[in-house]
Design a protein around this ligand. Structure first.
Ligand SMILES: [Zn+2]
Length: 203
C-alpha cells in the first residue's frame, strides 16, 4: 500500500456518497482503475450503502394477515357450500344465483392465491384446496364414467358444490372435468409459488 492508497481510502467514503469534488472523484476513479485492493474496498463500501431489502413483515402484522386470510378463506368456503349445497343435492339445473356464487368463489381463490404468495401457510391452504378440488373432480368423473355409486358421488362433493353454478351450462360429467382441470391448474400455480418461496428462503 502506497501513499496514493492512503489518500484514496480517505476519500472513498465521500466518493461512495457522491460528495467528492469532480477533481477528487476523477483522481479516485483513476486510482481505482489500477488498484485492485482499493477497488475491493470500494465495492464493499457501496454494498453496505445499497438499500437493504425491507425486512419481512413484522411477525405481529404477518400473523394478523395470516389469521385474516384463513378466516376469509373459511368464510368463502362455507358461504359457497351453504348457497350451492341445496342445488347440488337436488341435482337440478343451477340458477344464475348459483352461477354468481361460483364465479365469486373462483375469483376469490384466484386473488387469494396471488395475494398469499409471500405467506407460506396461506399458500398451503390454497394449494390443499386446489388439490382437493382436483381429486374430488377426478373421483366424480370416475363415478360418472364407471357408473356412479354413492361413495364416489360423496367424494365428488368438494368439486360439485363450490362449482355447482357451472351446471347452468354443463352436465355433471363436464362439471367434474372442469373442476378437475381448474383444481390441477390451481395446484400447479400455487405449487409453483411454494417452490419459489422455498428457493428464495434457501438462497
Ligand atoms: Zn490503492
Amino acid at each position: 500500500m502506497n501513499l496514493d492508497c492512503d489518500v484514496v481510502r480517505d476519500l472513498l467514503p465521500l466518493y461512495a456518497d457522491g460528495a467528492c469534488s469532480p477533481a477528487s472523484a476523477a483522481l479516485v476513479e483513476a486510482h481505482l482503475a489500477g488498484c485492485p485492493a482499493c477497488r475491493r474496498l470500494h465495492r464493499e463500501m457501496t454494498a453496505r450503502l445499497e438499500p437493504q431489502p425491507a425486512p419481512a413483515l413484522r411477525p405481529f402484522r404477518g400473523a394478523r394477515r395470516l389469521l385474516l386470510g384463513i378466516i376469509l378463506a373459511a368464510a368463502v368456503l362455507l358461504a359457497s357450500f351453504l348457497v350451492n349445497f341445496g342445488g347440488a343435492w337436488m341435482g337440478d339445473r343451477a340458477s344464475p344465483g348459483h352461477l354468481a356464487v361460483t364465479g365469486l368463489y373462483t375469483v376469490f381463490w384466484f386473488v387469494f392465491a396471488s395475494l398469499a404468495r409471500p405467506f407460506r401457510p396461506l399458500l398451503r391452504v390454497a394449494f390443499v384446496l386446489c388439490l382437493l378440488t382436483a381429486v374430488s373432480g377426478l373421483l366424480g368423473l370416475v363415478g360418472r364414467l364407471a357408473g356412479g355409486g354413492y361413495l364416489l358421488a360423496f367424494c365428488a362433493v368438494f368439486a360439485s358444490v363450490p362449482l355447482y353454478g357451472l351446471r347452468l351450462f354443463l352436465d355433471w360429467t363436464w362439471l367434474y372435468t372442469a373442476a378437475a382441470a381448474a383444481g390441477l391448474a390451481g395446484a400447479w400455480w400455487t405449487g409453483r409459488g411454494l417452490r419459489r418461496l422455498r428457493r428464495e428462503t434457501a438462497a
